[in-house]
Design a protein around this ligand. Structure first.
Ligand SMILES: [Mg+2]
Ligand SMILES: [Zn+2]
Length: 186
């Protein structure tokens, strides 16, 4: 089985902009490409896990979302970094209209995307990590037995430590990955 570092997208890899509904809003956070390159070099998988309720809400189409992921992949590739797989939840339980408005098992903090990725890619969740900027990311990781790191980019600084506690807090994705490669794996 493989180990993975699961990555939230907005506020973790690229700048949090609310709804990313225009390609010009896609901006990598400093150090994110280097962090993902380090994951690639380690032999662990780099897997994006992202809520994109903008689809259900009608803010952008699923096709546009694919375009964003293609652009993100190409910007990372230009810096020698690769995302092994993208998982997204296009749903919202109540907002918007159409087929994506429904209760689902994949909207974080539900752990559906982690379980799906583990099945698809033969990942050992117990030796894997999640990095994200909100407590939803941390709560999801907990439900799947994945260790969790909160980063202080995106909404990270506004997150109140409550019942859901991360295993580690890092300034950004690069610091989180360096921690995972060192202390976090001991
Ligand atoms: Mg986020
Ligand atoms: Zn969903």
């Amino acid at each position: 089985m493989k180990r993975a570092i699961f990555l939230d997208r907005d506020g973790t890899i690229n700048e949090e902009v609310g709804y990313l509904d225009d390609l010009s809003l896609l901006k990598l956070i400093d150090g994110a490409a280097e962090a993902i390159r380090l994951i690639n070099e380690s032999g662990m998988l780099a897997v994006v896990i992202t809520n994109q309720s903008g689809v259900a809400r009608g803010r952008f189409s699923e096709e546009f979302l694919q375009t964003v992921h293609a652009k993100l992949a190409s910007e990372l590739a230009a810096q020698g970094a690769r995302i092994d797989a993208f998982y997204y939840c296009p749903h919202h339980p109540t907002e918007g209209k159409g087929k994506h408005v429904r209760v689902c098992g994949c909207r974080k903090p539900a752990p559906g995307m982690l379980f799906q990725a583990a099945t698809d890619l033969d990942i050992d969740l117990g030796s894997s990590f999640m990095v994200g900027d909100t407590l939803k990311d941390i709560a999801m990781a907990r439900l799947a037995g994945v260790k969790a790191i909160l980063v202080h980019t995106g909404y990270g600084k506004e997150q109140e430590a409550g019942e859901v506690k991360p295993d580690h807090v890092a300034s950004d994705l690069l610091a989180a990955v360096l921690w995972i490669m060192g202390e976090g794996s001991r």
